[in-house]
Design a protein around this ligand. Structure first.
Ligand SMILES: [Cu+2]
Length: 155
């Protein structure tokens, strides 16, 4: 399985090698921006991570899951608020990102739920989070852990 850590690296290498490659629908076209998470109190409650995932390619990409050494059960969730103002969240399933589009993982919407933490999330630390795509590609980002009351990477 290929592992794409840096966006565009594979395409750049292939170009340098003089090979002509067809436009791939793949994570080499995926750019992750503004990843962040909050510190946790202990390990009993799940953590969450947020980011913007942009598809800079000209084919759709489909996010199918997550993996991280920080949590045994990471999952993409979506929070929805009903007409009565009650919020609930559930697994979001596969998420297609159209060419040129991006999805936002943010408080109150889509988020990376980090269930069964293996260690506390400590402010100032970072952890690797790998996004899995349906073509077998992966994108790993290093997620900073902000303060327990942080609302975004600019706080
Ligand atoms: Cu959740």
């Amino acid at each position: 399985m290929k592992k794409y850590i840096l966006t565009g690296t594979l395409a750049a290498l292939l170009t340098l090698g003089g090979l002509s490659v067809p436009a791939l629908a793949g994570p080499e076209d995926v750019v992750v921006e503004n990843a962040w998470s909050r510190a946790s109190i202990g390990m009993n409650r799940p953590g969450a991570a947020y980011m913007t995932i942009r598809n800079t390619g000209d084919e759709p990409v489909t996010l199918i899951g997550l993996t991280t050494p920080l949590a045994m059960m990471p999952e993409i969730h979506e929070t929805k608020t009903n007409a009565e103002g009650v919020s609930s969240m559930s697994p979001a399933g596969e998420i297609a990102i159209a060419p040129g589009e991006s999805i936002a993982l943010e408080p109150g919407g889509l988020h990376a739920m980090l269930m069964r933490l293996q260690e506390p999330m400590t402010e100032g630390d970072t952890f690797p989070l790998t996004l899995l795509f349906d073509d077998g590609g992966e994108v790993t980002v290093e997620v900073p852990i902000l303060g327990i009351a942080a609302r975004g990477p600019e706080d």
